[in-house]
Design a protein around this ligand. Sequence first.
Ligand code: BES
Ligand code: ZN
Length: 879
Amino acid sequence: MTAQPTDPTDPPLDPYRLPRLVLPQRYGLSIAPDLERALFQGSVNIAVTVRQSTAVIVLNALDLTISSITAADDRGRTLAGVCTLDQKAERCHLTFPEPLAPGDWTLSLDFHGGMNDQLRGLYRSTYTDDTGTVRHLAVTQFEATDARRAFPCWDEPDLKARFALTLIIDPALTALSNTAPLSEEIQEGRKIVRFAETITMSTYLLAFVVGQLEGSEPVYVGRTPIRLWAVPKKTHLMQVGRDIAAASLRFFEDYYGMPYPGDKLDLIAIPDFSHGAMENLGAVTFRERALLIDEAAASQGELEDLANVVSHENAHMWFGDLVTMAWWNGIWLNEAFATFMEALAVQEWKPEWQPLRMFLTSRASALSVDGLNSSRPVEYPVRDPKDAAGMFDVLTYHKGAVVLRMLEQFIGETLFRDGIRDYLKTHAYANAETEDLWASIGTVAGLPVSALMNGWIFLAGYPLLTVRRDGPSHLLLTQQRFRYLTPEPAASGQAPQAESLWQVPVHLQVRAGGRERSHKFVLAEATMRLAIPEDFESLIVNEGGHGFYRVRYEPDLFDRLQARLPDQLSSTDRFTLINDAWALCQAGLAPIASYLDLTTRFRDERDRHVWGLILESFGLLNQLIEATDRSSFSRLVQDRVQPAVSDLGWNPRKGEDGLTGQLRGDLIEALGTLGEDRTAQARAKSLYNGLPGNGGGIDPNLLPALVSIVAYTGEAPEYERFVHRFKQAATPQEERRYLFSLAAFRPKPLIARTLDSTLNGDVRTQDAPALLGALLGNVEAREMTWTFIKRHWETMERLFPPVGLRRMCGAVVNLATPELERDVRTFFTERRLDFGGKLAQQYLERLRIVVQWRERESEALRRYLRPFSMQSTTMRDSH
Ligand code: BES
Ligand code: ZN
């Protein structure tokens, strides 16, 4: 079949891209939600430009009933049309009795639909107010492709238009949308709220919320009023959010060199919300715990999370909202940028939190996904809505953000910023592609940025740099793709794939004669030979940890580096060292014993992020250890963790910072759970039991550790108590803490109760899949949980928001036995699980890595643990 793009009745070439014969300019949209019956009615007048004569107009609509269709031109001619729906393509075809001539037309449609419970499109959120009455809100969540569930529209990010929204609501309720209200009037017992017209923007950014809402006092940044909103009785939880909202908006106006593009900014906390937050221009929506917090009761980590989310969404007001990617393959331009910028803004606001260290943790998580054979390039083809949803992953957010940071650190912060300013100015109110970004930065910096960056964006994976001595006065540096698993041999007849090469910005530090010198250069070839001074002592490749790659030192060089621990390496270099060592171990390039030996050198470590890596590696070992080795393993954990806990003590010291408090909490938690330290467990329990009813009077950084330990060691009475605390929680953070603590209990009947709570309405669907994911991480609960998930799969698919289900399935990596792995594979295959992109393959490959590694290393691990067995605790210093 030859598709004639000029014939409007032909199917378009791509079933998921709308034909461009007719383009929307402005939507006059009116919606009347019925909160009690979970229904809505609407009408829309769309000013369109017909570019080519056509009798059929194709646009998106899903689960809507459409009626009274007309098209009117500017000379008073009106045509009545009919509508056919294509459910699979999520479209409607409007057919008119004769072609619409090129020019301006107004398309008018009436429609109605139902508010769903899947937290997407136009949906209903539910809460119980302080009088015990059940109340509802109407909420929208349109990204990526769900505006079409609320009104017929051209639902693609490059089909930007202006929106003039009218909401018809119960007069007792408040309505918020992207812009300020122009007018409010009461007609026939209904309140009619008309909002100002928006800027030219994508459909996925349109938003409104209707319900009983209470707002904070406004704070002004320039002329922009910022307000926080929530359901009643929560305004006392708005102070921190308000501060970071204002600080970050101010920072971004300055950094981007451009005023905020909206007329006001509302940040709205929603009781049921599928994601963390959503950057609707001027009406940013959040789950409650991402916006509302009690500063005095919150832990350092909770405060940081909140600041990051608020700052991230504000960064999008320019990156994403003003300038938008042309299609979902380029979503990294939104998400990687917002992730990058969020850290910069928080750095300006609270430098003492060391927010730039986020790039280290982002890098670690991106390197672990991108080391999979089933990884994908950051920019990756997107066909259908599922693929679009699948793009919002670690690679988009974290690999994207850290390769931007790598570029920024390589060319310099000022040039980078000026490049961004140029990009935003050039593409404001329009769309852009990756190449546009490189063009702006490249022009400003006078550098061939595409050549440097394209490998990081358009190739899957990243290099492993191997460094060895080459004669007495040289080093040899080589690059090769890092892989955890040897890839399956290519199918016969296929030529083996040429190995990828990257342009690797290298920061090399050479220590010689007691002095350190740093060098910056690009490794573009497979190998490179470097001269070293005569009095060479040691070297660090990837100094500062900005490079998106791993480093493998030959044994002698590794020993020289290790010998500098702990004090002669920066915390960043320590982080990189331990992170790479652990990855090399998982990839079979280093024995487990060498990694575990390395951890002995970190007993004096006091950096929370470095410890975070070590504790995470212990957590993974705990998933795959044989039951008979578990107690020896616990003693190994004690051996590594106890010295730091003894030194830090259980009580905060005068004047100490939040980071130390958080570290103390993390270490004590590990000691009491993974470490099974009876003394720590007893102390945690007695401290917890001594707390007053409201849980106050204790360092908020210690409380999460106590709760974890009490849950981990807990029985029915503790469980009852924590369920109660969850239900009566005074803050969203407390609610979350007690909810997820339920996943740590080990008695089977309690696990069964937690499982039931995920489907019986006790736990919101925004949290239930994450709770199941946490249960998969509990060694005592994982099999029961997996059985439960399999049994209730259809129900979960119907009830849970897709993003939750997808993330829950990521937790199958915990099912780290050969039998369970087989079962998981069968389930994924039989159900043809597809989370978009390559996510399903990635989950399975991660599991494969862990199981294969267990088979390979379990003997060595057992041998290593022998001195830690009960009988021979005195021998443990032999390591
Ligand atoms: N745009 C996203 C939210 C989103 C993602 C909506 C995918 C629909 C589909 C938003 O900016 C975001 O990234 N939110 C994060 C929090 C952020 C701090 C990383 C989230 O919701 O997890
Ligand atoms: Zn985002």
